[in-house]
Design a protein around this ligand. Structure first.
Ligand code: GRE
Ligand code: ZN
Length: 326
């Protein structure tokens, strides 16, 4: 399919590049990766064009700002990243839009930075790497906590989507991964943490307070679509302090969008699509952690109606992010 739009696509400042090193294979892989993630120009555009990707919404790599323990340094880093990325995408607005990086260490500063990025740069939303550390390394703060309500009020007013992107959990907070570093990163820990963060938000009542909030998660929904029925089924017997109202599954289906980033598996796609519906699934690759070719060949080969492919590949993104695609 031509004209695809992809939205979990990463870029890095030189100073946040090291955050990605542990996730990329040997030195040849790293050379390619480093070249590709630092760049928002010719190579990226050529990799898009070869694979029928018209437009990327780009975001800073992970965990970057969320792993900075000093609040002031996090605020400065987010600003530097957003300013630099705005200049780069500004050179090619036909191909690129941006998600803001946010200093979630300070909910008020995060709200102000989001507003600045939307109003000054035309950014189409935010992408945050799950929980934030703050003050000391051994902290993990999730955004369902009451101090984030004013932040969500601003997201709701600006009416832009919020992408919750994975990071690895902290070993001190997740001792079940002890001795299994492979398990706590992208093969499993990424999804487990992002899914719990998403479900915490669903259960917090924030979507009742701000019903227009739109949250996006990648990797085919980080496992949630597969589990959604059971979550609701069990909560009927064991609600234990759940305050989200209605059925959690209804909140998820109404307020969440999922992308195909880095999960090019047809049975998983079929499950996700049948759980969340055709309007809430969006194509993405996860470049340069994944190749656009793998993402596009899989997606283009799916045996679904052409009109459905057009929605997932392109028009759902135009609608959700109010993209100005001529
Ligand atoms: C991602 O951006 O989703 C990602 C990483 C690191 C490893 C794998 C991966 O940031 O998919
Ligand atoms: Zn990603």
């Amino acid at each position: 399919m031509k004209g695809k739009i992809a939205l979990e696509e990463h870029w890095s400042l030189p100073e946040t590049l090291e955050d990605s090193r542990g996730f990329v294979g040997g030195s040849a892989d790293w050379k390619r990766f480093e070249r590709q993630i630092l760049e928002l120009g010719d190579e990226r555009v050529s990799e898009m064009e070869k694979n029928g990707i018209d437009h990327q919404i780009v975001s800073l790599n992970s965990p970057a700002v969320q792993a900075v323990v000093s609040t002031n340094e996090a605020i400065d880093l987010a600003k530097r990243a957003n300013d630099t990325m705005a200049k780069l995408i500004g050179k090619n607005r036909k191909r690129f839009s941006g998600f803001a990086a946010l200093p979630m260490q300070d909910p008020k500063a995060a709200a102000e930075e989001l507003e600045r990025c939307v109003k000054e740069f035309g950014y189409v939303g935010a992408l945050v790497n799950s929980f934030t550390q703050k003050d000391k390394a051994d902290t993990a703060i999730y955004y369902d906590l009451p101090e984030y309500r004013p932040f969500w009020k601003k997201v709701s007013e600006l009416d832009v989507p919020f992408y919750i992107h994975p990071r690895s959990p902290l070993l001190s907070k997740a001792p079940e991964y002890e001795g299994h570093p492979w398990l706590m990163s992208s093969p499993w820990g990424f999804a487990a943490d992002t899914a719990v963060h998403s479900l915490r938000l669903c259960g917090s009542g924030v979507f009742r307070e701000y019903p227009n909030l739109k949250v996006v998660i990648g990797h085919m929904g980080e496992g949630i679509p597969f589990f959604l029925w059971r979550i609701d089924a069990r909560m009927r017997f064991s609600p234990r302090g759940y305050t989200g109202g209605d059925y959690l599954g209804e909140t998820f289906i109404k307020n969440f969008w999922i992308t195909t980033s880095g999960n090019f598996c047809t049975p998983s796609f079929q499950c996700a699509l049948s759980m969340v519906g055709i309007d809430n699934v969006l194509f993405s690759a996860d470049y340069p952690f994944e190749s656009n070719k793998d993402a596009a060949e899989w997606f283009d080969g799916l045996e679904i109606a052409a009109a459905d492919k057009e929605k997932i590949g392109r028009t759902n993104a135009i609608k959700l992010f109010k993209l100005d695609m001529k």
